[in-house]
Design a protein around this ligand. Structure first.
Ligand SMILES: Nc1ncnc2c1ncn2[C@@H]1O[C@H](COP(=O)(O)OP(=O)(O)OP(=O)(O)O)[C@@H](O)[C@H]1O
Ligand SMILES: [Mg+2]
Length: 258
């Protein structure tokens, strides 16, 4: 459904992605992990056609985002839900209006009543049905993420791209977001592509993990296999994240990693 084939990308002579090939399984959650500055967000931007590769193909639902004209990119983007790191909510609008925003732009055929019903349905899906008229400034960090998630699924996309779902959240709220992702995958059949620093959350939510490091894809495995990989950088990454002060229970939940 989404496949990167031999994608390379440089900025100012610096190679960020080197011959990257990756395909994400339908109906599953794929996490892209790796250290800061390694090209995770750049990869996501290639998938939605916000960046074009120097060489290689980016196939989304059969369209090559590397070469497709702008109007085709637009049609493909409608099939994606995007959740940016900071939630990117409009603080001048109510929660309901924030979620309705994509509908107004991409589904002008809907009536105001239909829109309201759709927004309420998605608010319910994220457990915030009583927040339709709330201001975004009254929300907690976790609630903002939920609203972002409701907005990302309001067009009923096949694929949701989520950049750092757990950033800035405490472990309990973080777990709630992960549970929500798991539930949506099962109930709505959504394919998730998640970018994450948080290996603990990633292990709980991802079916497959891809690790980028220095421009290369150094591992792409089902999660249970990934955590047992005998790869020095993967091991270091797992270990380093394990010792983050997320509390003893967070660490204890992990499959054993030597
Ligand atoms: N439009 C751009 N122009 C120039 N350089 C860019 C551009 N976008 C990204 N870069 C560079 O590419 C590298 C990878 O950036 P990217 O945002 O993908 O990192 P990341 O893996 O998402 O990191 P983080 O975990 O910190 O979010 C960085 O060195 C960044 O400065
Ligand atoms: Mg990033």
């Amino acid at each position: 459904m989404i496949e990167l084939r031999n994608v390379s990308k440089s900025f100012g002579g610096k190679e960020i992605l080197r011959d990257l090939s990756l395909s994400t399984p339908k109906g599953k959650t794929t996490a892209i992990v790796g250290p800061s500055g390694t090209g995770k967000s750049v990869t996501l931007k290639h998938i939605v056609g916000l960046l074009r590769p120097d060489s290689g193909q980016v196939l989304c639902f059969g369209t090559d985002m590397a070469t497709a004209p702008e109007h085709e990119l637009y049609a493909v983007r409608r099939r994606f839900g995007m959740l940016f790191q900071d939630g990117a909510l409009f603080d001048s609008m109510s929660v309901g209006d924030n979620i309705a925003f994509p509908l107004i732009h991409h589904a002008p055929e809907m009536t105001a009543k239909q829109r309201r019903e759709r927004v309420l349905e998605k608010l319910k899906a994220v457990g915030l049905e009583d927040k339709y008229d709330a201001t975004t400034s009254s929300l907690s960090g976790g609630q903002r993420k939920r609203v972002g998630l409701a907005r990302a699924i309001v067009m009923e996309p096949e694929v949701v791209l989520f950049d750092e779902p757990n950033s800035g959240l405490d472990p309990i709220t973080s777990d709630e977001i992960d549970e929500l992702i798991g539930k949506m995958k099962v109930e709505l059949g959504i394919t998730f592509i998640i970018i994450s620093h948080d290996i603990v959350g990633t292990i709980n939510v991802a079916d497959h993990i891809a690790m980028l490091y220095g421009g290369d894809l150094i591992a792409f495995e089902p999660t249970d296999k990934f955590v047992r990989l005998d790869h020095p950088i993967v091991k270091k990454f797992l270990k380093r994240n394990l010792i983050l002060p997320t509390g003893p229970n967070e660490v204890a939940r992990l499959p054993s990693v030597e």
